[in-house]
Design a protein around this ligand. Structure first.
Ligand SMILES: Nc1ncnc2c1ncn2[C@@H]1O[C@H](COP(=O)(O)OP(=O)(O)OP(=O)(O)O)[C@@H](O)[C@H]1O
Ligand SMILES: [Mg+2]
Length: 230
């Protein structure tokens, strides 16, 4: 039987904006199982990024409970969250977030250094080959297309051997063809290695290729669907 790696119960995040309370995530119940490939969808402001930030231990929760790989993170202070996520969770963002003065491989090496993980250049080269970028490891981000930059970011996320991947609109800055290519990388990693992936997207054509789609609205789950493709 597969393990539950993320368990949320009545998970809530409230932001204070002036005198207003914003329930960005409002009582979400969720079980994510090892090997799941989940697409989070929903209108702008529905809480996708906030939910990913909570699951990714980037932000503290307001109420409810959250277990991430069996650890209750509900009451962990914000300053302690970094230790929980470091080297355990891979992050991929819309804007790639590469360091412009470092080459593709140096970007990955730096994140391994911060994650306090060993650096094995041969393994890194293999990783770049896996994401289709074996020929570009010594290029700077400005010498690469958006799709290639996102491949570097995926290599960086995978290099720390994370327990799961979180991707917030990873194709938001890419054209249709590159978006599908990047999505295919996620699908391949999920199918070949069983790595759990939780991804937010506005693109229904991509979202429908995940195993499950969770629709959010106003910080709540409005529906969960099994994808018809699997
Ligand atoms: N740091 C913050 N302070 C105050 N309010 C916030 C903050 N971050 C998000 N919000 C609010 O929380 C709600 C959910 O925002 P969130 O960014 O999670 O939505 P989203 O679904 O990711 O939207 P998008 O599709 O535009 O990325 C919105 O009403 C947003 O304005
Ligand atoms: Mg968002």
């Amino acid at each position: 039987m597969k393990n539950t790696i993320i368990k949320a119960a009545e998970l809530t995040k409230v932001y204070i904006r002036g005198t207003e309370e914003v329930y960005a995530v409002n009582g979400i119940n969720l079980d994510i199982t090892d090997g799941d490939f989940i697409a989070l969808m929903g209108p702008s402001g529905s809480g996708k990024t906030t939910l990913l930030d909570l699951i990714g231990c980037l932000d503290s929760i307001s109420s409810g409970s959250l277990e991430v790989f069996g650890k209750d993170v509900s009451r962990v202070k914000e300053s302690k969250l970094v230790g929980l996520r470091r080297g355990h969770i891979g992050f991929i963002f819309q804007d790639f977030l590469l360091i412009p003065s470092l080459t593709a491989i140096e970007n990955v090496e730096l994140s391994l250094y911060f994650a306090r993980k060993p650096q094995d250049r041969k393994k890194l080269v293999q990783l770049f080959e896996k994401v289709g970028l074996g020929h570009r490891i010594n290029h700077l981000p400005k010498e690469m297309s958006g799709g290639e930059r996102q491949r570097v970011a995926i290599a960086r996320a995978l290099a720390v051997s994370p327990k799961f991947l979180i991707a917030d609109e990873p194709t938001g800055n890419l054209d249709t063809k590159s978006s599908q290519e990047i999505f295919d990388i996620f699908k391949n990693i999920n199918k070949s290695e069983g790595l759990t992936i939780i991804l937010a997207t506005h693109n229904p054509k991509l979202g429908s290729q995940a195993d499950h789609i969770i629709y959010l609205k106003d910080g709540k789950v409005v529906s969960k669907e099994e994808s018809s493709l699997y």
